[in-house]
Design a protein around this ligand. Sequence first.
Ligand code: SAH
Length: 221
Amino acid sequence: MNDRAGRDIERMEFLLALRRRGIGDQAVLRAMEEVPRGQFVDRDFANTAYDDRALPIACGQTISQPYVVAYMTEQLALKPHHRVLEIGTGSGYQAAVLSRLAREVVSIERYRTLAGQARERLASLGYDNVEVMVGDGMLGCAAKAPFDRIIVTAAAEEVPQALIDQLADDGGMVVPVGPHNGPQRIIKLTKSTTPDGVTVAREEQIAVRFVPLLPGQAQEL
Ligand code: SAH
């Protein structure tokens, strides 16, 4: 079997595994098919890029497991006109997937090195509706708020209030919540305005393992 055929089979198995685990949204599956995960992992891991597991990236961080990327993306129920805020750019992979489904993605990373690499990678692959910023994502990005959707890809001990504030009316957020290195769950928040004021509905979803959401921009590179 030649390389090309091998890669095609690998991609088919990748999608099949997502379907088997319950990802049913065609647009999400298409985005997962289109974005080359191999380009977002270190060269040393290129041959396992399509396995359904998290992999190490620079600065002691991880690129999330494909199933969890697909799951959280599906839960966001993105529309083509949506503006999305992502906290935790990491490799830029999740941002690339979001960029296929939404109008604009703003992604914040606390490590300058990761933000720089992700920015370059996303530009070279042509994902030109993603803006990567360096900073503390716990504060969100007030200058560009409100956002139709917010996704946090690091585990928060509590959902940062700034992010709830920066969610548009009828906006939705998915965020892993739980102790660092302990049991965490994806929480889905939906904001709406009723005659009684703003309400935020909260749903608990799947159990996950994420690196921690930490305050402040990283002092290391
Ligand atoms: N979405 C990434 C996964 C990143 S892992 C991907 O697709 O590859 C989580 C990332 O969140 C790490 O890079 C970590 O540095 C970052 N992070 C943690 N706390 C943060 C904060 N307060 N603001 C911005 N980024 C943060």
